[in-house]
Design a protein around this ligand. Sequence first.
Ligand SMILES: Nc1nc2c(c(=O)[nH]1)N[C@@H](CN(C=O)c1ccc(C(=O)N[C@@H](CCC(=O)O)C(=O)O)cc1)CN2
Ligand SMILES: NCC(=O)N[C@@H]1O[C@H](COP(=O)([O-])[O-])[C@@H](O)[C@H]1O
Length: 290
Amino acid sequence: MVKQPFSLKFPPLLSLSSYPSVQSQNLDVRSGSLHAISDVHKIVCSSSWRLLCSKSSNITEPKEGHEVRAQVTVRRKKLAVFVSGGGSNFRSIHDASKRGSLHGDVTVLVTNKSECGGAEYARNNGIPVILFPKAKDEPKGLSPSDLVDTLRKFEVDFVLLAGYLKLIPVELIRAYERSIFNIHPSLLPAFGGKGYYGMKVHKAVIASGARFSGPTIHFVDEHYDTGRILAQRVVPVLAHDTAEELAARVLNEEHQLYVEVVEALCEDRVVWREDGVPLIQSRENPNDFR
Ligand SMILES: Nc1nc2c(c(=O)[nH]1)N[C@@H](CN(C=O)c1ccc(C(=O)N[C@@H](CCC(=O)O)C(=O)O)cc1)CN2
Ligand SMILES: NCC(=O)N[C@@H]1O[C@H](COP(=O)([O-])[O-])[C@@H](O)[C@H]1O
């Protein structure tokens, strides 16, 4: 679950102890010197930040103008990805996990199309595949509460929808509060909702005369595409674009954007502004949010 590590009041207070997955005993900080701790993520704190740490740590207040670098161990996250088609976003996320840029692992794939490209890729990479919901003509399948129980057994932290075309049931929404995300191929709230998926989205964008489009990543709530927007990228819609050309341009940005967002999720860098808007804290500069 995306916790509220701190509310964004300036000067922002970074309370490590509010990071649920932080083991403060791994905190070993001296101004200017860092000790390598496996799976370490550095939080650079300039003097404008006050680092409130758990009692057991021995952080000293930064001298004026000094940087304090805190190293904390963030627990590696477990990811469930939901697909219905080719799974190129799923593969991008899995690639980032394998190359080490993403502090998490895809531990299970969920699909309503057991023979789709994403499911085949998962089976070829040793990732368990779960069918949900079953097709009407299939004998038995998981109920929504069975699905929740199964994801709990896999100790899933975040649920990532990537081209999944069925409505996520409210049981899962409630069980994974603020922990289910979706990527949509338009600049929501435009061109979203029931009936807007795949090429239908790009055809509607072109027909509308819109000059820009791009992917949106948002929190998932009970309705299609109405959850809080977390990240977007913009691409031009060219005068003579076909839907396929626009789709390819948007998809290229999707692959990069989803990896960036999931990296932030796995490093506990998603925070909530006081008005309820979620923000992503920059990995390089903790004073930078977008
Ligand atoms: N509870 C939620 N479930 C899902 C969401 C969501 O935001 N909340 N996002 C969708 C993904 N999506 C857009 O990003 C989307 C997918 C499918 C549809 C749609 O109209 N589906 C058709 C059925 C299509 C099919 O079975 O082939 C329909 O429901 O009639 C709209 C938007 C994933 N789930
Ligand atoms: N409304 C949902 C929707 O249209 N999702 C879109 O399906 C495609 C899946 O591609 P992929 O299977 O190659 O990741 C992606 O373009 C994604 O934005």
